[in-house]
Design a protein around this ligand. Structure first.
Ligand code: GLV
Ligand code: MN
Ligand code: MN
Length: 419
């Protein structure tokens, strides 16, 4: 097969659409198109089993490592490291069907297309799914890929406690995904991940493909304010030590801070729990999370410092104490320009409009970028919605993204080495 033949290869959208629908039926949220497959739950296990079956049906060599990452590699004669793609199949509790799942199933579709064509590549292709990308149950996010690249020791990862009190290591064993493949994992020749944008930019700009230049920095904290629990009817306002009030003031401050620092700073209080959480009791404690992100590390540090100063002052004024725990902290990542160039030229050659943009969401690719040349392909997200069961990307956009992934991987796999 010639280079012209490989440039003419296209994925089969019906096959990819069928797999997306089948995976989405596991953990489906009734009455919606969305999915609830929090990491290492029964639903995650069932999704994993389905995708592993797809991998084995293609004759791929499937390995599972100690944090439950699953990597499947094409047969290949020779020692060349594979060109790898992949993403995640865990979801937030109110997730859509494309976040992560598209990158994994499109990767499989790329490999099935290549195998079906009979084309011989200079390097094999690989597709993987990483454990607990979302971090919604077990912080930090991108846990599996972080361990894959050696950014966290396996022993430490296995001890992480989830929001429901479950432990990563116990849950991995329970669902049968505590594997034995070595960690850190094998370093690929290059990594490229297809993902929905999860934001509004491509749709607003009326552009089909995003060539992703990097990922913004992420800071997650959990803050616990402790005060004096008391009777809601008898305790005069002047005598209260109310952690709920402090938490509310902090949530308001996070919004004001992000607005003051300006775009692209964002700030979110996404989870709040009062104890004992009763109508007629001044809370004993309030626990909440703060998610701060920025493409500029210096501004992100400033946001963290200003939040810390505010929470200390607000708690002191109310006679409360503060404990802060870092759940995740990743600096902004810049992808390999030569891989971004290949994504852009593959999109152009396929006749798609394309623009460069940074990612607002965290992705496994930002971890893989620590060990090999890496970039990402984005497709549109309708109304910029994600982490929402209403998340939607049209079949035409899914197909465009998967074909850009196919052509990018083929180019990356051809010698002389393109990266
Ligand atoms: C992961 O999806 C994140 O960006 O929070
Ligand atoms: Mn994702
Ligand atoms: Mn997500």
């Amino acid at each position: 097969m010639t280079e012209a033949d490989s440039a003419a290869l296209r994925i089969d959208m019906t096959r990819l659409g069928d797999k997306l629908a089948e995976l989405a039926s596991i953990g489906a949220i009734e009455g919606t198109e969305g999915c609830a497959r929090l990491a290492l739950t029964d639903e995650d296990r069932d999704g994993r089993n389905l995708v592993v079956t797809y991998m084995r049906d293609l004759g791929l060599d499937v390995s599972i490592d100690g944090i439950g990452n699953v990597i499947a590699v094409m047969a290949h004669d020779g020692p060349e490291a594979p060109v790898m793609t992949g993403s995640h199949i865990d979801t937030v509790r109110t997730g859509g069907r494309y976040d992560g799942n598209l990158g994994v199933l499109a990767g499989l579709e790329v490999i099935e297309t290549v195998i079906g064509s009979g084309i011989t590549l200079d390097r094999p292709l690989a597709v993987g799914f990483f454990t607990d990308e979302e971090g919604a149950r077990f912080p930090p996010d991108m846990l599996g890929s972080l361990v894959y690249v050696g950014g966290m020791a396996l022993e430490d990862a296995l001890e992480i406690e989830g929001i429901d009190g479950a432990i990563v290591g116990d849950e991995l064993t329970r669902i049968g995904y505590a594997g034995s493949a070595p960690l850190p994992g094998p370093v690929p020749h290059a990594f490229v991940e297809l993902h929905i944008e999860q934001g509004p930019v491509l749709e607003v700009e009326d552009i089909t493909i995003g060539a992703v230049t990097g990922v913004q920095g992420i800071s997650w904290q959990q803050v616990t304010i402790t005060g004096q629990s008391n009777h809601a009817g008898t305790t005069p306002m002047s005598l209260r030590r109310d952690p709920g009030f402090v938490a509310a003031a902090c949530a308001t401050f996070v919004r004001e801070l992000a607005l003051e620092l300006g775009h692209p700073q964002v700030g979110t209080v996404g989870r709040v729990e009062f104890a004992p959480n009763l109508v007629n009791v001044v809370p004993a404690s309030a626990t909440f999370t703060v998610d701060l992100r920025n493409t500029d590390e210096a501004v992100l540090v400033e946001a963290e410092q200003r939040f810390a100063a505010f929470v200390a002052k607000a708690a002191e004024a109310e006679g409360c104490t503060v404990e802060t725990e870092t759940l995740a902290r990743f600096e902004p990542v810049t992808f390999a320009p030569e891989v971004v160039d290949i994504v852009e030229s593959a999109a152009n050659d396929l006749g798609h409009s394309v623009m460069r943009l940074p990612s607002g969401a965290g992705h496994d690719a930002q971890m893989m970028a620590r060990v090999c040349p890496t970039a990402m392909v984005f497709t549109q997200s309708r109304d910029g919605l994600s982490h929402n069961a209403a998340e939607y990307t049209s079949p035409a956009d899914l197909e465009a993204g998967a074909n850009v992934l196919l052509q990018t991987m083929i180019r990356l796999s051809q010698n002389p080495a393109s990266v």
